[in-house]
Design a protein around this ligand. Structure first.
Ligand SMILES: [Zn+2]
Length: 266
């Protein structure tokens, strides 16, 4: 990650890009207010956020797929010069990734990385989660969605619309007092009984990061890095893995593709 941070920093300095948004500090606001303010500041239309990745890229930061070698980590953010890099686990479900990006965004706008001394006075993880919920599901708007009885079927429909997990919706419904603590527990229990607590139904579309791709292209075209060298920098085990994550369009050119039917059609 350190190498990617340096390289992206270097390349970004070269191109001196201009970003439509910046990453403001929201330390003076509570999570609900910060979520609302950032939406205003970034001119995010009301309703569900169509792409967390695009918002972050428009704020001049990078979203980079990264193999953490574990499914316990979804995303990590690091500061690099004038921007941030959000490393995301490409294997995590898309709804969870969006929440994790919003969570990391919470750490950044609260400048948690700047004030490690503050840790202990409050819980930065809780604060980042509260911000993520508020940013993805603004209080007044989401409250209107939680009318009548909240059932598993309703949660599925809401997940499809808001592009957040059913679990995040249950937590939010409780936050905004649309359901009681008891109902929250019942819903989680029902999900466990149905075997959908760990692996939720309703697959939402994956967000596509574009900015890092421009940088990777520059590495190859201007700095003459080979795909193999980039594989090493990015912790990828093989060119195929590298292309699967970064260049799916180049996959058809991989000769070591294991599917023989596919190979014979090359
Ligand atoms: Zn965190």
């Amino acid at each position: 990650m350190e190498i990617i941070r340096r390289h992206l920093g270097h390349l970004t300095r070269e191109v001196e890009p201009r970003w439509p948004y910046t990453m403001p500090s929201m330390r003076q606001y509570g999570p609900e207010e910060a979520g609302r303010m950032l939406r205003l500041f970034w001119d995010v239309p009301s309703g569900p956020i169509s792409s967390m990745t695009r918002l972050i890229e428009d704020a001049g930061s990078f979203v980079v797929p990264f193999d953490f070698r574990t499914d316990k980590i979804d995303a990590v953010s690091v500061e690099a010069d004038t921007f941030f890099i959000f490393f995301v686990n490409p294997k995590a479900p898309a709804d969870r990734l969006r929440f994790s990006l919003a969570h990391e965004l919470g750490h950044l706008i609260y400048r948690h990385y700047l004030e490690p001394d503050d840790v202990g006075k409050f819980d930065p993880e809780k604060e980042a989660n509260a911000f993520a919920s508020a940013f993805l599901m603004p209080k007044d708007e989401i409250r209107r969605e939680f009318y009548g009885e909240i059932t598993i079927a309703r949660l599925k429909a809401l997940k499809e619309r808001w592009l957040v997990s059913m679990a995040a919706l249950i937590m939010r419904a409780h936050d905004v007092k649309a359901i009681t603590q008891k109902r929250k527990q019942q819903l989680f229990m029902r999900m466990s009984q149905l075997g959908i607590r760990r692996k939720e139904p309703v697959e939402i579309p994956r967000e596509q990061a574009k900015l890092y791709r421009r940088v990777l292209d520059a590495f190859q075209e201007e700095l003459n890095y080979s795909e193999l060298e980039l594989c090493e920098i990015l912790h990828m085990g093989s060119v195929k893995e590298f292309r699967t994550v970064y260049y799916p369009d180049r996959l058809s050119h991989v000769v070591d593709f294991p599917d023989t039917a596919f190979r014979s059609s090359l």
